[in-house]
Design a protein around this ligand. Structure first.
Ligand SMILES: Cc1cc2nc3c(=O)[nH]c(=O)nc-3n(C[C@H](O)[C@H](O)[C@H](O)COP(=O)(O)OP(=O)(O)OC[C@H]3O[C@@H](n4cnc5c(N)ncnc54)[C@H](O)[C@@H]3O)c2cc1C
Length: 569
């Protein structure tokens, strides 16, 4: 097997991965090599599709404050975020907006020439910086261009990370497979940064692209690194029906209104003050209630939906600031939102949980950091606020990039254990590429997604979750994953099977964590435990994969300034 040696290996080339690579290269300028290993090309990462904005406090003199951003985030998280982490986040956020501007980011402008900001759900001040409604595309272009200026950074596009290697209790690199020819290689690195994005398409109705799968969570879990707070899955209120394409919250930030079958602005009932701009968990639950109580619409196929009405917004604002939303509606639904309301319903969109990481993004495995959506530093707690995630990727990309580079410059590399490499070779070439599959992997994938939609959606209940877990385990036992196509060149069939294998691991963790948390908090709504229970559940749930199965551990929530209080909007 080929061995590629580098100082820092960054897994993933979304916002977090690219920002981390730049900071590692800057920190070790002229002395360091950084390999970015990524299964797509960088500009195909999910970050490119971020639409609405990136939150930061820019104008304290005009009334916004770090204190207010911190409070909004903690309250939005239903008091499960670690407040020291949030404090660090809000302090570093403005620096990242300016840094991006210096690298060439074309932020939208106010009339006075300063960076413009717009409203987002749960943010009590308009603090989302934007660029039309394509913020992710412009941020990614800016970061990718900047990466290319550093000789220290090497890109390995279309390489799929399959395993994290360790030895003597330290990170030793990764095994990755070139998608071009299915060759495996060892990236022997002193430090690693996991930036593989969210768990993505484990639900069928989701805003993610099909390449967003939970590979990163699975490789960490298998390497003995725990996952934290995986029960918290965010459902965004407005997925376009029937495709699930995201209609950004900025559409409501610009004045869009949700309506039911009777034309009522129903959010007035559930969140009298914030209305349509209440946090996502609250809006999504309210929408499900409206549909369940018969005030929704049905498509010809029987799918429920409600309406997002933008018709009162000035058409020029829609054309200029919601450009791609209009395009998406015209192309995918034959609707012009200037004249007609948009059919929407809640859609799987973001994972608050992730690879357990401390305030510096460091994992339990020395030498391995995690950043971006795959990481859980507990910044988002039980519910993330819109426009905080792109900022989080930038902030922890920067932090982990610097930390990993410093670590690499002051530590020797460790050789990965030979037996680990051989084991991985066997798993991929003998097991997956070996005997023909008994079941069609695409049917299995569909079954997993359907099962997650049915048993681990917005409202959850013990009996249904137990049944979901049982079905998931039976499916895994019977599945016998394997690949029909034995070719070595661009074998996407093999890649998909590797992804599905990771989906099984991660869905099971979501399932056991959701069943374990006997309360309702943020995005986790238990019909059988409808109240938040701070006495028993004000802590994080960690799940380890061990030889004996999955094991739980706990971490307290860090409360510095704000005692948990009732959450009203
Ligand atoms: C449609 C949409 C709109 C959004 N809009 C906003 C918004 O307006 N504001 C906001 O703050 N947030 C928004 N979000 C959330 C935010 O965009 C994401 O949380 C964030 O971009 C994630 O970035 P990331 O760098 O962690 O991962 P991603 O951008 O998901 O990148 C993951 C990377 O990892 C690579 N990878 C994955 N698995 C492997 C593997 N096995 N081997 C090698 N590489 C691998 C992929 O190729 C990719 O490069 C939106 C999300 C979606 C889905």
């Amino acid at each position: 097997m080929e061995k590629i040696t580098c100082d820092v290996v960054v897994m993933g080339s979304g916002l977090a991965g690219l920002r981390a690579a730049i900071e590692a290269a800057r920190t070790g300028r002229g002395k360091i090599s950084v390999a970015v290993v990524t299964k797509t090309q960088p500009m195909r990462s999910h970050s490119v599709s971020a639409e609405g904005g990136t939150a930061a406090v820019l104008y304290p003199e005009e009334g916004d404050s770090l204190e207010s951003h911190m409070w909004d985030t903690v309250k939005g998280s239903d008091f499960l975020s670690d407040q020291d982490v949030v404090e660090r986040f809000v302090k570093l956020a403005p620096q990242e907006i300016i840094q991006l501007e210096h690298w060439g980011m074309p932020w939208a402008r106010r009339k006075d020439g300063k960076i413009a900001q717009r409203s987002f759900g749960g943010q009590s001040y308009p603090r989302a910086c934007y660029a039309e409604d394509k913020v992710g595309f412009y941020e990614m272009s800016t970061l990718y261009d900047t990466c290319l200026k550093f000789d220290e950074i090497m890109f390995y596009d279309e390489w799929f990370v399959t395993k994290i290697l360790k030895n003597k209790g330290r990170f030793a690199g990764v095994v990755a497979m070139s998608l071009k020819n299915s060759e495996l290689a060892v990236f022997n690195a002193k430090a690693g940064i996991l930036a593989t994005g969210g768990a993505g398409r484990i639900y069928s109705f989701a805003t993610f692209g099909h390449s967003s799968t939970p590979d990163g969570y699975a490789v960490a879990l298998r390497a003995g690194v725990p996952l934290r707070d995986m029960e918290f899955v965010q459902f965004h209120p407005t997925g376009l029906v029937p495709s699930g394409i995201l209609i950004t919250e900025a559409a409501r930030g610009e004045g869009g209104i949700l309506r039911n079958k009777n034309g009522e602005r129903f959010m007035e009932k559930y969140a009298p003050k914030a209305k349509d701009l209440a946090p996502r968990d609250i809006v999504s639950r309210s929408m499900i209630t409206e549909m369940r109580e018969g005030r929704g619409f049905k498509t010809e196929e029987g799918e429920d939906y409600l309406l997002l009405d933008l018709t009162a917004i000035d058409p020029e604002v829609i054309k200029k600031r919601l450009t791609s939303i209009r395009e998406i509606c015209l192309r995918n639904a034959g609707i012009d939102p200037i004249n007609e309301p948009i059919p929407v319903r809640p859609v799987a969109h973001y994972y608050m949980g992730g690879v357990d990481a401390n305030i510096d993004g460091a994992t339990e495995l020395p030498g391995l950091w995690a950043a971006g959506e795959v990481a859980c530093t507990s910044m988002n707690g039980a519910n993330r606020l819109g426009s905080n995630s792109t900022t989080e990727c930038l902030v922890w990309g920067r932090i982990t990039g610097e930390m990993a580079a410093r670590f690499a410059m002051s530590n020797q590399a460790v050789e990965p254990a030979k037996s680990d490499i051989e084991e991985e070779e066997k798993r991929i070439y003998d097991k997956l590429l070996g005997p023909a599959p008994r079941a069609n992997p695409y049917n299995i994938k569909k079954e997993i997604q359907t099962l997650m939609e049915r048993h681990f959606h917005i409202y959850r209940e013990a009996g249904s979750m137990e049944e979901g877990l049982r079905m998931l385990r039976v499916l895994r036992q019977q599945a016998e994953l394997g690949v029909e196509d034995k070719s070595r060149y661009y074998n996407t069939n093999l890649m998909n099977v590797l992804e599905i294998d990771g989906m099984f691991d991660v869905c099971e963790v979501i399932g056991v964590a959701a069943l374990h948390r006997q309360e309702s908090r943020g995005a986790h709504a238990r019909v059988d435990y409808p109240k938040r229970d701070d006495e028993n559940w004000l802590h994080h749930i960690l799940v380890y994969k061990t030889a004996d199965g999955l094991e739980f551990a706990y971490k307290p929530v860090v409360v510095t300034k704000y005692k948990p209080a009732e959450r009203t909007y």
